[in-house]
Design a protein around this ligand. Structure first.
Ligand SMILES: C[S@@+](CC[C@H](N)C(=O)[O-])C[C@H]1O[C@@H](n2cnc3c(N)ncnc32)[C@H](O)[C@@H]1O
Length: 202
């Protein structure tokens, strides 16, 4: 299988196994990686969760009083996110979605780009941040490591060391406001980088 086939297989996993993915991830408390962003946002901010899965992080921001919307490729996860948040969730693939129609104050990319091969990530990020207002914020998380790794369920994960991860903010012409590194909340041996950056010039 080449990388393109691994990417398709990884993305299809979320629709094929939406129930088990939801059960595994929805009940995790995301406060440790969402609170630093919430503290930087004005009270009426619009938070756009790209790759929102069944809506855990949208719901967390909604409960804090923020406006939320989501985008998700899996039709079943979209339906679940709408049910959980009562908010707009666009069923779409971010690789061909026109982000310039959205004017969000913050975009969440929580694990969303883990299946994107390294060379394609800077360009993918640049397209997605078109969905931000001027001086908008991006919350990006990616898995720590080097190269790539296939999980037992067949998904291919592209891994990032700290230096390469932080260079992504430079590729966006964005200022880094916050960085943290920590273990996966899913109880496995993975570790994740988290970055909040502000677009200098959208
Ligand atoms: C690793 S999961 C992370 C889900 C969620 N953000 C979380 O933290 O639990 C990646 C999510 O992004 C979605 N996704 C991956 N590629 C996508 C694409 N090209 N367009 C839209 N959604 C995508 C998947 O369906 C899945 O819900």
């Amino acid at each position: 299988m080449d990388h393109a086939e691994y990417v398709t297989k990884s993305l299809d996993y979320y629709e094929n196994f939406h129930q088990s993915y939801h059960r595994k991830t929805f009940f995790v408390d995301p406060s440790s990686f969402l609170s630093p962003l919430a503290e930087l946002l004005p009270a009426d901010a619009l938070v756009f969760d790209v790759g929102c899965s069944s809506g855990r992080d949208m719901l967390w921001f909604k409960k804090k009083g923020f406006r939320v919307m989501g985008l998700e490729r899996s039709a079943s996860l979209c339906r679940m996110a709408r049910l959980h948040t009562d908010a707009a969730v666009i069923e779409a693939d971010y690789r061909d979605f026109d982000f310039s129609t959205v004017h969000a104050d913050a975009i969440l990319l929580i694990g969303t780009l883990v299946h994107v091969p390294h060379p394609m990530v800077p360009e993918t990020l640049r397209a997605i941040v078109q969905g931000l207002r001027n001086q908008g914020l991006v919350l990006l998380t990616l898995k720590d490591g080097r190269g790539f790794q296939q999980s037992d369920d067949g998904r291919m994960f592209y891994l990032w060391d700290k230096e390469a991860f932080l260079r992504l903010a430079g590729n966006l012409s964005a200022s880094i406001l916050h960085y943290q590194y920590g273990p996966s909340l899913l109880g496995n041996s993975d570790a994740w980088h988290t970055l909040i950056c502000r677009l200098d010039d959208v």
